[in-house]
Design a protein around this ligand. Structure first.
Ligand code: TLP
Length: 341
């Protein structure tokens, strides 16, 4: 099977497994696991933040950040297609008792002007806006990159209104590799950043949430409260360390292959995709109703040995990743041409 459902399907390589098997470990709930400490410090340094916290998933990382930045009854601004709003099982309402105020962006990008229009005045009738979240790269919009200048404009606005800023940087390193802009420049305008190691970077498990020392101290308690305190988890952190040290540059190949798939799909009749809107490793395409629904096409592709993710009635997502070979990409192209022509 050629698996284009997600970059989360990547499995640890033999060398990564070796690094994991040799990891020094300790009890991380006591903060005593040397491999976890090393990973947290290294990722915090990379992202230009004072401290980091290793957590089991990107979802927990985002949800702990929301919890630490808000009070029940607050309002959190996000993009309408944001992962925290659509794919985290209602976490903001469940864990933090906040409401979301989604802004419809273009390709996942909203503007400072749009944010200003939704910030609530401070009076007893309305929920206080306290947090702005940005997703970069933006999953549902198709791995798109949020322009840094607009992030700065939004951050200036946030400071002027005393709001916090959180970055869902699950795939931030894809934006780093695609633009050449270093990670700490992308993250400087944010109070907190969540980075996933288990997606295109290829670690089996884990994300690191970063921020200042006081914020990370608070999040440490929330990780325990959410059930995410783990014991000799250095075994896993060692895989994440291997990934961040060795796999970042390889993301460029994923981007080039995504672009290649988009070019091919754009030439097929009744398929809708603009290859220029494929910035990184996610390819989102639409199809005419006569071609069938996303679910029907997914079924046809699966029968030919190709896995994809139908995301809406007439929409399918493909994600390129490090476990694909050149042959896989060529075979995928032939399968698309056969099934979709
Ligand atoms: N996204 C998954 C699915 O949940 C859709 C995927 O296959 O892309 N932020 C962003 C932007 C994400 O794309 C994801 C995972 C997460 C957070 C959550 O990460 P995990 O799966 O580790 O909880």
């Amino acid at each position: 099977m050629i698996d284009l459902r997600s970059d989360t399907v990547t499995a640890p390589s033999q060398v990564m497994r070796q690094a994991m098997s040799q990891a020094d470990v300790g009890d991380d709930v006591f903060g005593e696991d040397p491999s976890v400490i090393e990973l947290q410090e290294e990722v915090a340094r990379l992202l230009g933040k004072e401290a980091g916290l290793f957590v089991p998933s990107g979802t927990m990382s985002n949800q702990i950040a929301i919890k630490a930045h808000t009070q029940p009854g607050d309002e959190v601004v996000c993009e309408a297609g944001a992962h925290i709003m659509n794919y985290e099982a209602g976490g903001p309402a469940f864990h933090s008792q906040v409401q979301l105020n989604p802004i419809k962006g273009r390709l996942g990008v909203f503007t400072a002007r749009q944010v200003e229009a939704v910030i609530r005045p401070r009076n007893v009738h309305v929920p206080p806006t306290t947090l702005i979240t940005i997703e970069n790269t933006h999953n549902q919009a198709g791995g798109t990159i949020f322009p840094l200048e607009e992030i700065h404009r939004i951050a200036d606005m946030a400071r002027a209104h005393d709001l916090r800023m959180h970055l869902d940087g699950a795939r931030l390193m894809n934006a780093v590799v695609a633009t050449g802009i270093p990670a700490d420049e992308w993250t400087a305008p944010f109070d907190s950043v969540s980075l996933c190691l288990s997606k295109g970077l290829g670690a089996p498990v884990g994300s690191v949430l970063c921020g200042n020392r006081k914020f990370i101290k608070d999040t440490h308690r929330y990780r325990k409260l959410f059930g995410g305190g783990m014991r000799q988890v250095g075994i896993i952190a060692a895989g994440a360390l291997y990934a961040i040290r060795n796999h970042v540059d390889d993301l460029a190949r994923d981007h080039q292959r995504a672009r290649q798939l988009a070019e091919v799909l754009s030439k097929l009749p009744g398929i809708h995709i603009n290859p220029d809107e494929v910035h990184t490793n996610i390819v989102m395409f639409g199809m005419d109703e006569q071609k069938g629904t996303g679910v029907e096409i997914e079924e046809q592709l699966r029968r030919k040995g190709l896995l994809c993710l139908p995301l809406a009635k007439q929409k399918i997502r493909l994600v390129t990743h490090r476990d694909l070979s050149d042959d896989d990409i060529n075979n995928a192209i032939h399968t698309f041409q056969k099934v979709l022509s």
